[in-house]
Design a protein around this ligand. Structure first.
Ligand code: ADP
Ligand code: ZN
Length: 746
């Protein structure tokens, strides 16, 4: 029997299954909007949460199962959002149910418990917002009896506030339950339960500020964005402005324009940039109505923010990459700040890139998308050259502050961490009572411990990497799996007791700087010193309030911070990031060095920089030091064209891993063979490279191989991948993941 189409819905289940399922809608639920809501459905002998996508055209299945119950009183997603998720699932070759699960805040995803009595689920989802008792003034003016003096005092506060929580009253008056009860009895006030959203801003108070008068380039940029906002046409921009050129000011005024038009704003920033400093700037300009999404939030806080956005209580959403899935409607503008940052790419599960998805969501919403950077991606520069991104240049620093003067020091044959020119400059800067930054993109004391007897380096037993020596912790540590042994210790190969330290990290740098500059007040910032809650801000505040002279750190210190008193920047081992087996190594090095160099001279006093490198003539290092971005991009694009890398090709990377080296190797071969067969059957042009061992060929005990696909035509690549997904068989002990547009190829 053919069923009535509208009584059947399509449901995505969050499992690694490439299918959408059909379910029958019970009589009682048929008059409601179902799409975008979660439903409990029978699945095999389990009951699972599924996401209703919409009505199914019809179903060939005869005994269709029925939805057990709806789990949300209202839809979680709009039809437009569902369309965006469908697009993302297809593009990243990921099951739609998993995409939808990823898009929801952790606090809402229901744990399904299997078992006899059935499933325990709550309608409102996992963690809900706190409810608190509030007291409000009541209109009673002539009470039959007068309350006590303390009760009258409390009433005064309630009237003044117009409504105040019981917790707040207890803070001011101590125990006051009897008085409150009395006031309610006398109908002088009433109480109600209110939902309280946990407020990530509650510890910060911010002064309001006014829009700055824009300089010429800023004004041209804002005018272009404003015109696009007025048109409500999808327009992608590249705001290319050196550090300190006033990009954030342009964002703020563009957002203000979007809000005036009645639209909302989504702002994506790298996780590390989500500091109170940045969010404070938005607060100072716009006051309330801002939602913040970052990894420091508890599940409950995140869920609260999500619901505030869903209910239209926030008009500006600022967040790290996952904020691209924020349930914000009427998006007029999407900003992606520091668009070149690798952290916009999710490295497991749904391997999406929030920067790329910003363009997709922006086009679906007819929004303007502003990609901002001082060092845009090579691919963005190329796209701007072809007119696919509208270029908005901010070539000068605010108030004409000069770019710092950079000196390069060749370190070939020099084994010291700090060269004479750098050490002299540091001494001078401190004598002038100014501040300095010294940057080294490696943490720990020594990146290698090598046995002087047998010559072997200490390596991780679980991963094919060397252990880093951390002197303060007294440990040699694997930075990938956290394996550790007491250090310095003895050589595990020959028992030798002399281990020599090679390759300095930030801990060693701090140690050497202390010896060199005994009176300097030094702050070190790397993931070892910033693991505690709030430690990041505490360390930075020492630079801001002048209680530290010298900031030493990894790439954590390279970005976003504005220290007006820093006039000197030192870079130790500028090629640390060049050695990576990755076609983006030069690009990353150029970006990182440019960012670090840009930390100098942001205030009134001009800055200078000393860059130490084995080969200071390497083109990425030279270009960064000479502020020659155009030269770098030109040379790098030439290399990409010759070698056949993005933007001239599209990539997909297969990662094959498992505990048995042989099984992994066999599976990798099978996979590559199938890909080659499908390629010739489909008659498409895709280059298949590998299988080859991954650069880190063993990680957390798993052996790893990779296959890289390259195509000039994106359609070819996607046809091959989706055909492969339908036909592939994978041994159960091996995991295969496919990464579209991979960023990290380690
Ligand atoms: P970027 O985001 O490009 O690094 P910012 O927007 O943070 O630059 O600007 C750098 C500094 O200059 C900030 O302190 C900012 O308040 C200030 N600034 C920005 N635009 C102007 C302007 N038009 N006039 C005066 N000061 C400005
Ligand atoms: Zn390890």
């Amino acid at each position: 029997m053919k069923q009535e189409p509208s009584h059947i819905v399509e449901i995505a289940i969050p499992l690694y299954l490439d299918r959408i399922f059909h379910y029958r809608v019970p009589e009682l639920l048929r008059d409601q909007t179902l799409s975008g809501r979660r439903a409990l459905v029978p699945f095999g002998n389990r009951k699972l949460t599924g996401y209703i996508l919409g009505a199914a055209a019809e179903s060939a299945i005869v005994n269709l199962k029925e939805i057990i119950e709806l789990l949300d009183p209202e839809p979680l997603w709009t039809a437009k959002e569902l369309e965006f998720y469908r697009w993302s699932a297809a593009y990243y070759q990921h099951p739609l149910g998993e995409v939808l699960r990823t898009a929801l805040p952790a606090g809402i995803n229901i744990q399904t418990r299997k078992g006899g009595a059935g499933v325990q689920e709550s309608l409102s989802g996992g963690k809900s917002a706190r409810r608190e008792k509030f007291y409000l003034p009541a209109p009673q003016t002539d009470p039959p009896r007068q309350p006590s003096a303390k009760a009258l005092e409390i009433l005064g506060v309630i009237r003044e506030a117009g409504g105040i929580s019981a917790a707040e009253l207890r803070k001011r008056f101590g125990t006051c339950t009897p008085q409150l009860r009395r006031l309610v009895e006398l109908r002088l006030c009433r109480s109600e339960e209110r939902e309280v959203y946990r407020d990530p801003f509650k510890n910060y108070t911010v002064k309001r500020d006014e829009p700055r008068r824009l300089h010429t380039h800023q004004k041209a940029a804002l005018d272009a964005i404003s015109a696009a906002l007025d048109d409500r046409h999808f327009t992608p921009f590249l705001l290319y402005g050196v550090t300190g050129s006033g990009k954030t000011e342009v964002y703020l005024q563009a957002i203000s324009h979007a809000l005036q038009l009645g639209n909302n704003a989504l702002v994506l920033v790298p996780e590390i940039a989500l500091t109170p400093q940045l969010t404070g700037r938005f607060q100072a300009r716009f006051g309330g109505g801002i939602a913040i999404l970052h990894s420091g939030l508890s599940d409950g806080e995140r869920y609260d923010e999500w619901r505030r956005i869903r209910r239209g209580l926030a008009r500006i959403v600022i967040g790290a990459r996952s904020a691209i899935f924020a349930p914000l409607e009427k998006i007029g503008i999407i900003i992606v700040d520091e668009e070149h940052e690798a952290s916009f790419k999710q490295s497991d599960g749904l391997r999406y890139n929030a920067r790329d998805l910003a363009l997709v969501r922006g086009s679906m919403e007819h929004a303007s998308v502003v990609l901002g950077s001082a060092t845009p991606m090579v691919t963005s520069i190329h796209a701007a050259g072809e007119g696919r991104l509208k270029l908005l240049p901010l070539p000068e620093r605010v108030e004409g502050r000069p770019m710092p003067v950079v000196e390069r020091v060749a370190m070939k044959g020099n084994r010291e961490t700090i060269s004479v020119p750098l050490s002299n400059s540091l001494a001078e800067t401190l004598a002038e009572k100014r501040q300095a930054i010294v940057f080294l993109n490696r943490r720990g004391f020594a990146t290698f411990l090598v046995c002087t007897d047998c010559g072997k380096a200490l390596t991780c037993p679980n991963c094919s990497v060397s252990l880093t020596f951390h002197r303060q912790r007294g440990e040699s540590l694997c930075h990938y799996c956290d394996f550790s042994v007491p250090a310095p210790g003895t050589c595990p190969s020959c028992g030798g007791s002399t281990l020599s330290e090679l390759g300095a990290g930030t801990e060693k740098l701090e140690h050497d700087l202390k010896e060199l500059l005994p009176t300097a007040r030094i702050v070190r910032m790397d993931s070892d010193t910033t693991s505690g809650k709030g430690s990041h801000e505490r360390l930075l505040s020492r630079m801001h309030d002048g209680s530290a002279d010298l900031l030493v750190g990894t790439q954590m210190i390279a970005k976003g911070h504005d220290f007006p008193e820093v006039t000197l920047v030192g870079v130790v081992n500028a090629e640390a990031s060049l050695g990576m087996p990755d076609f983006r190594a030069a690009e990353r090095t150029f970006q990182l060095l440019s960012q670090v160099i840009g930390r100098a001279g942001r205030g009134e006093n001009p800055g200078r920089v000393v860059v130490q490198a084995i080969d200071p003539e390497q083109y990425a290092i030279r270009a960064a030091a000479e502020h020659d971005a155009a030269g770098f991009y030109e040379q790098e694009l030439e290399f990409r064209r010759d070698a056949g890398y993005p933007p001239f090709t599209y990539l997909a990377a297969f990662a094959i891993s498992g505990l048995s080296e042989q099984t992994v190797s066999d599976q990798a071969d099978t996979t590559a063979r199938l890909l080659a067969q499908l390629k010739s059957a489909l008659k498409i042009r895709v280059e298949i490279l590998g299988p080859a061992p991954s650069p880190i060929y063993r990680l957390r005990n798993r052996y790893r191989r990779q296959i890289l696909l390259k195509a000039v035509n994106r359609g070819d690549l996607h046809r091959l991948l989706s055909t492969w997904r339908q036909q592939s068989t994978v041994v159960s002990t091996v995991r295969i993941s496919v990464d579209i547009d991979p960023v990290d190829m380690m």
